[in-house]
Design a protein around this ligand. Structure first.
Ligand SMILES: C[S@@+](CC[C@H](N)C(=O)[O-])C[C@H]1O[C@@H](n2cnc3c(N)ncnc32)[C@H](O)[C@@H]1O
Length: 212
């Protein structure tokens, strides 16, 4: 992918789309960095699938997250949702532009992703250099992983896998509570979004990387 879009362009795009609706959510833009803070608030009409007890999916994306962030990547055609969890086909397509294609991968078949695969081995099922954009939302801690009946994923290894399957210049948007270790020769770490829901809810960070 020839990248005509710099992080600064992407941030300006968000600010144009959503800046007048939510001025506090606008990106701050510097020569090497973009950053934003989004106060999303509680929304009891969760978009995520519910379990048999009608509880929302543990760790689902904050409401509206994908819609807001997707507007920054009009150049992305192939989009991978890694650790896709409760995301349904209908939900991921709702926020896409006409030319965009999304593929969902999760380690648990019960979530009915497009492919069931451990994230540490995802390059076994995907052609290297074939994706423009990856959204990743792993379990953040050992306790979180236990909610899904899994051991905590090796985040460094997953980053290496993401690097393999992205096109040069492609972006990885990684949601977590602490930034994973990454190799500077492989990634340009260009931005962050801090997402606050409400009191007593965790603050989640989106780390934005570009494949070097
Ligand atoms: C935080 S949730 C993602 C939630 C998702 N963002 C949503 O909106 O529903 C983490 C997901 O990672 C999956 N998972 C955990 N360990 C995994 C692994 N090693 N490989 C692939 N998926 C894994 C779990 O099954 C769970 O669906």
């Amino acid at each position: 992918m020839i990248n005509y879009w710099t992080p600064q362009h992407r941030a300006m795009l968000y600010n144009d789309y959503f800046g007048s609706k939510w001025p506090d959510s606008r990106f701050m833009i510097s020569d090497r960095w973009i950053s934003a803070t989004w106060f999303i608030g509680n929304n009891y009409k969760s978009e995520s699938k519910r379990n048999v007890n009608d509880e929302p999916f543990f760790g689902a994306y904050p409401r509206g997250y994908l819609k807001r962030v997707s507007c920054m990547f009009p150049d992305a055609v192939n989009i991978l949702h890694l650790f896709s969890g409760s995301l349904t086909e209908e939900q991921v397509h709702k926020d896409l532009l006409k030319h965009q294609l999304a593929f969902r991968v999760d380690g648990d078949h019960i979530n009915m992703p497009d492919a069931v695969c451990e994230a540490e081995k995802v390059s076994n099922i995907i052609i290297p250099g074939s994706y423009d954009l990856i959204f990743a939302d792993p379990p953040y801690s050992v306790e979180d992983a236990e909610h899904y009946g899994k051991c905590l994923v090796n985040k460094q290894k997953v980053l290496q896998e993401c690097h393999k399957i992205l096109k040069p210049g492609g972006s990885l948007l990684w949601m977590d509570q602490s930034p994973p270790i990454y190799a500077k020769k492989d990634w340009n770490f260009y931005g962050t979004i801090s997402i606050y829901r409400s009191t007593n809810n965790r603050i989640r960070g989106v780390l934005m990387y570009e494949k070097v």
